[in-house]
Write a protein of this length. Structure first.
Length: 134
């Protein structure tokens, strides 16, 4: 890969990472501001009484989204690779929670596709780390 091609790939991965982090942050804010609607959208049981899992999901998504944005802005490829690899696992576990809650198929597909997207970005970030370091 030439220097120009590597730079293009790096910019593309940074852009996708920033977008993914921003989307996750927005999802977290939505869970905080509109927990019932967010819970329904993502296939969880909104009538399940208990420990306020909407707020836990919100805080998790906000800080993880901001962390992805920071890693991307700093071009921390290894950190981004790990972030997206663990993110893929979280997406797939979330999919199983939606399945267990008899959630909509669209929500299940969203979580599975998000996991695939995260895995692809993890591989790209790791390749960039191997090429340029950091």
């Amino acid at each position: 890969m030439t220097g120009l091609a590597a730079e293009f790939k790096a910019r593309r991965v940074i852009g996708l990472s920033l977008i993914a982090g921003a989307i996750l942050t927005i999802i977290g804010i939505r869970f905080w501001l509109f927990p019932y609607q967010a819970t329904m959208t993502f296939g969880l049981d909104p009538d399940n009484p208990g420990i306020g899992y909407e707020q836990m999901i919100s805080l998790r998504d906000i800080w993880l989204g901001l962390l992805a944005i920071a890693f991307a802005a700093l071009k921390e490829w290894r950190a981004l690779a790990l972030w997206f690899a663990f993110g893929a696992i979280v997406c797939w576990v979330d999919a199983t929670l939606v399945i267990a809650a008899n959630g909509p198929r669209l929500a299940i597909a969203f979580h599975i596709a998000s996991g695939v997207f995260c895995l692809a970005l993890a591989v790209s970030c790791w390749q960039l780390y191997k090429r340029v370091g950091r």
